[in-house]
Write a protein of this length. Structure first.
Length: 256
């Protein structure tokens, strides 16, 4: 499986067919059709997408190309969603103060759980009809092109009242969570490989690199259980006076 920006779908299709002419290559969301003597792309409806997905599962296609938006429409089984949610809550709670009361800890756990539910649009997302769950397809290799577009996975929660300035990382993105759980499925269900392609894996912040590694081999950072722990170990943050939008100055935490 190859996940690419929408604008690069057919470039990837052409290059794969050139390198491996005997491979059967499909695009989940589109197909090539002949109209007026010319070859053009046509968007697949839900039924057609479901058939392509089923054919990929049964081995009719060697490679399936999907866009960033496509990956979000593949179904998650309840087993995997519940497992991923539980693990993410535990990972985020690593940074919780040690002196929290049982009641406060439970409130925090519920708050984090609600955030993760929001990331997956539970209750609002309509999945394509006919698609089997992602974990049922048996994907053993997944490549993500322009992977830096998924850099906003974990955001640190340092002991400051406001966000750290010049950290170079944005808020956690929904599509990053969607990719993360599916990467975990590939790694653990089939002992599969995740390959990221990027010319700028850490353009603005070392935290971008930390987040991207979570997709491929999260155990690489043993002893660093969270983005906040990474921040504390490798990035120095200080309170300094900086200009604001009114050209006044204010005290704020910044990357030193």
């Amino acid at each position: 499986m190859i996940i690419v920006p929408k604008t690069l779908v057919w470039n990837w299709h052409k290059e794969i067919k050139k390198a491996f002419p005997k491979y059967n290559v499909a695009v989940l969301g589109e197909r090539l059709v002949i109209r007026g003597g010319s070859t053009v792309t046509s968007k697949n409806n839900n039924e057609r997408r479901g058939q392509v997905w089923l054919d990929f599962k049964t081995g009719l296609y060697d490679v399936l190309i999907m866009t960033y938006n496509d990956i979000e429409t593949t179904k998650l089984s309840k087993k995997w969603f519940d497992r991923y949610t539980s693990e993410q809550i535990d990972k985020i709670l690593v940074d919780a103060p040690a002196d929290l009361s049982v009641k406060k800890l439970e409130e925090l756990r519920n708050k984090v759980g609600s955030k993760i539910y929001d990331m997956f649009d539970i209750g609002n997302r309509t999945y394509d009809l006919g698609l089997d769950a992602f974990s049922d397809v048996g994907i053993d290799f997944m490549m993500i092109d322009e992977a830096q577009n998924f850099k906003n996975l974990y955001e640190p929660t340092p002991p400051f009242s406001e966000a750290v300035q010049y950290l170079g990382i944005g808020k956690a993105a929904k599509r990053s969570y969607h990719l993360d759980v599916r990467c975990q499925i590939v790694r653990e269900e089939k002992n599969g490989a995740i390959v990221l392609l990027s010319a700028t894996p850490a353009k603005n912040s070392p935290l971008e690199f930390y987040n991207l590694i979570q997709y491929t081999k999260p155990e690489a950072f043993r002893g660093i259980p969270s983005a906040s722990a990474f921040l504390e170990r490798f990035i120095r943050v200080e309170a300094r006076r900086i200009p604001d939008t009114t050209l006044s100055t204010k005290m704020a935490p910044i990357v030193a």
